[in-house]
Design a binder for this molecule. Sequence first.
Ligand code: SF4
Length: 445
Amino acid sequence: MTKSSPSSSGAAFDFPRARAALLKWFDANGRVFPWRKDPTPYRVWISEIMLQQTTTQTVVGYFERFIRRFPDAAALARASEEETLKYWEGLGYYRRAKMLRAAAIEIAAKHNGAFPSDYASALALPGIGRYAAGAILSFGFDKRFPILEANTTRLHARLLGLRAETTLAESQRVLWQFAEDWLPRESARREPNVYRKLNGALTDLGRLVCSPDEPNCGACPLANWCEAERLGLQAVTPVMKKKAEPIRRTDAALWISRADLPGAARVAETPGAAKKTDARQTDVLLVRRSQGALWAGLWDFPRFPVAEPFANAHELSRDAALADYLQYFLETEAGAPGRDYRAGAVLTTVRHAVTKYRVALRVARLAGAAPAVNRAPSLFDALESEPATPFLARSAAQGPEVARPHEVPRQGDELRWVPIESLESLPLSSPGRRVARFIAGAVGK
Ligand code: SF4
C-alpha cells in the first residue's frame, strides 16, 4: 500500500484509512450523471470535453442530445462541422466541438472506431490534454490514472495544507503526485472500479463538501487527515492566482434586412429556401465567422466594436469609426453599392461574457430601415436605463473618415441571406442566438 505524500506537517498521509472513509462517503453521497450510469469510454470522453469550462447542470441536457444524435465515434466522424456545432450551440468554447469531431475522425481511421485505451494514444488525439486523458482512462476504462481539476486541486491543497500558489510548477508536481498516491497500485487493488470510484469520489467531495468559500468540515469524511482543518487554514488555502479584472466593452450587432441593402452582390442565398414574396423584409444578413476568429464556423450578425465615448445605448449613430466599418463592410464584403450607411437606433442590448470581456452588444438596424417590429416600443425602452440623447448622425463637419482595410474588423468567410424562420436551424454564436430570437419576436415569427 502506498503511504507517502507528506503533508505540510511532514507526517505521512494515511491513505488506506482515508480511502475507506472516502469510498463509504461516495457510496452514500456520490452524484449521479448519465455518463456515470453507463461509463463507456466514448460517453466519458464526450462528457469530459463538455465539462471543460461548463457546469455539470448545463452539460446533462447537451450530453443526452449529443449522444442520441452521435451514439459513437463513427457517427461523429461522419457528421459535418456545421451539424456538430449545431449540437454544441450554447455550450460555448466551440473549439472543443471541432476538436471532438477531429478526434472522432482520427479514432475512426486509426483505432477502428474505439477510443484508445493507452495513455500515449489518448493524449495524441486532438483536444486531449493530461487531465482529459487521465479522466477518460480512469472513468472509462477503470485504469490507474490520477486527475487534477478545480475541485481536486482545492481538496488536495487543503488536505496537504499547501500554502504555495497552486499553479506554480512545484505545487503542480506535489498535487499530481498526491492525486496519484490516492490510487492504490494494481497489485494492492481489492475491488473492481476502484480507480473510477476514487477519482469520482475525490471530485465530488471537492465539489460538494470542500467548497471554495465554506468547506463543510463537520461533514467531511477526510477531516481526520486534513491539514487545513487541523491548522485552521481553510480560508487561506488553496492560494489561487489572482484573476484579472474583466474588461468592459461595447459592440454593435446589425440587423440588416434584404430590403435595407438592395443589390448586395456578394451575399449568397440560403440553399433550398423557398422563394417568398416577403423575403425582402424577412431575410436577414448573417456572416459565417472565419477560421481563427472567435466563434469560428458559427453564424452571427455583422458586429463591430463601438468606441467608448459612444457606448451609451443612445449614442451609437454618433460613432464615426463604426459608420466607417459599416460602410467598408457593406461596400467591400457584401458588395452593396455605396450609400451613407449608418447604424440606426438601438433596439435592445444583449449582455454576455467572452474570455476576459464583459460585452454590452447593442442591437440596431441600419439607419433609415423600416421599423418592421410588432412589439410595443416600451419593451425596447425598458432595456436601458441611460438617459436618451438626441439622435446625431455623423456630421459633415467631422469630415469624411474612411477606415483603412487593415483596421476594419473582418466579418466572415461567407455572407448569406437567411429567412428569419430558418435562423433556428443554423448554428449561431450564443449572443447571435439571442439577437435572432429578439428579431424573430419583434417581427412576430
Ligand atoms: S476537512 Fe474541510 S478543508 Fe479539509 S478536506 Fe474536508 S472539507 Fe476540505
